[in-house]
Design a protein around this ligand. Sequence first.
Ligand SMILES: O=C(CO)[C@@H](O)[C@H](O)[C@H](O)[C@H](O)COP(=O)(O)O
Ligand SMILES: [Zn+2]
Length: 193
Amino acid sequence: MDTMQSKIADILHDAISTKQRLAGHTESIEWSARLLIDALAKGHKVLVCGNGGSAADAQHMAGELVGRFQKNRRGLPCVALTTDTSILTACANDFGYEEVFARQVEAIGAADDVLVGISTSGNSANVIKAFEAAASAGMKRVALTGNDGGHVAQMDGVLSIVVPSCSTQRIQEGHLTIIHVLCELVEDALFGN
Ligand SMILES: O=C(CO)[C@@H](O)[C@H](O)[C@H](O)[C@H](O)COP(=O)(O)O
Ligand SMILES: [Zn+2]
């Protein structure tokens, strides 16, 4: 095999073994699914945030819940806090980048809504601040992280799903799979198998 192909194979094998290790972490995924199902069944909403690739993951999750995943059913309330450039630029400019999600949580988060914060390191300041704001609002909190879970995994009341890898890319790929698992479980629970 030439060197590029062997690198490709190495990356794919790393991705596969990360998913295999993740399959040993089904408990935290189940608890998160139950939390989302309970909130959505009672008419509460989901807010999602993250930076870079995780911002794309946040939008992906909102798209699945508001639009559709596998079933034709009513839209479920989920807002990605990464999309409104006027809000993001105003908050970053006036209060600092670490406040861009917290301010939106303060503005639209309500008791028993769920905040899903996505951070491969678990250490992004704006995601940490969003969890603090969510706690103040009486919201439920779920973190998708990696590495050792970082700061967010140490926060009181945050339910963490930690992808067992130290590679940002592999962690992000794990997050997308987790998001799909959560959406499938939510749809099954609320709209039947
Ligand atoms: O997609 C990638 C890397 O694969 C990047 O855009 C990455 O998401 C950014 O560097 C983020 O700022 C990383 O933040 P975090 O996951 O540590 O919270
Ligand atoms: Zn990426």
